[in-house]
Design a protein around this ligand. Sequence first.
Ligand SMILES: [Mg+2]
Ligand SMILES: [Zn+2]
Length: 196
Amino acid sequence: MPRAVFIDRDGVVCRNREDYVKSWEEFHFLPGALDALARLAQTDLRIVVVTNQSAINRGIVPAEVVESIHARMVSAIEANGGRVDGVFYCPHRPDEGCSCRKPRPGLLLRAAEQLALDLEGSYLVGDAESDMRAGRAVGCRRFLVLTGRGRRQLLRCLIHGERGFAVVPDLQAAVGRILRLERQRRTVPLEETVGC
Ligand SMILES: [Mg+2]
Ligand SMILES: [Zn+2]
């Protein structure tokens, strides 16, 4: 079963905006994000963007605009040698009580179903407590980046006792760690063979 790297969008791939990313003009890749995604594309891990976009049901951004932003985001990532295997978004407001808005794991479960993913062998990279909670719910190995809302959200995690994730400066660092873990994963069986 394929494994995945789930990546939050705002604050991880692109600059976070308090007033939401409402157009392609407001979408700015964070430094190093495109290169990190290109490095990740060299693995057999599925690359899946999972993002809360409540601006849709708040009536701030039409769903079609969010989808066109995603299409352009994916094109830019591909033009830089990267790849995206899926983009899953939650359009709901918090008061709607849906099952897909992070911290709920609905987006991860939907992606796992559509792409037949092994969730426990998967990774998640986010800049918020809600990302860490969603990832924990399905057993992913988690990375909190300090870009976007990361610093304040790290504090929230500490206050709420959310733990068990690694803290890294940005997506590039998270990908570096993931690539190292993947290399270890490949070499361990060999070492075991040598051992017996
Ligand atoms: Mg975020
Ligand atoms: Zn939702």
